[in-house]
Design a protein. Structure first.
Length: 129
């Protein structure tokens, strides 16, 4: 399906969600940066809980925009219960609703090889000039 000329891949970035708007703004900014990178035709955001938009609503929006494949990216540091259980449950729900669309749950940020660089940068920032 993904090799078809008319296939469209969507990136759905998913964070936990917070009552603090500034915490949610990080995901909005990341999505904008991803859009500017022009790697995906569709880029959306969703939150697991506490604030909209919901994962299911945004998964549906991706399909409505023509996505034939949706990459659900957990903006989480580890594969805890939310990623392993909750996000997988939403992936399955969307896949059942749209059997013609591939929904793929990506790995969380976790111990990606670049994570050490990020941690060192943050430690250097705290260490001062």
């Amino acid at each position: 399906m993904n090799n078809e000329k008319n296939s469209k891949t969507a990136a759905l970035l998913i964070a936990h969600g917070s009552r603090r708007a500034s915490a949610n703004a990080d995901l909005v900014q990341l999505a904008q940066m991803l859009k500017e990178a022009n790697r995906y035709e569709i880029v959306e955001i969703a939150y697991l809980e506490l604030v909209p938009p919901s994962i299911v609503d945004e998964g549906r929006a991706c399909v409505a925009d023509g996505a034939t494949r949706v990459l659900l990216l957990p903006y989480f540091l580890s594969a805890g219960a939310h990623v392993v259980n909750d996000l997988e449950r939403f992936r399955v729900e969307l896949a059942r609703e749209f059997p013609e669309v591939e929904f793929h749950l990506c790995a969380p940020l976790g111990l990606h090889p670049k994570m050490l660089d990020i941690v060192l940068d943050r430690l250097d920032e705290g260490n001062g000039p």
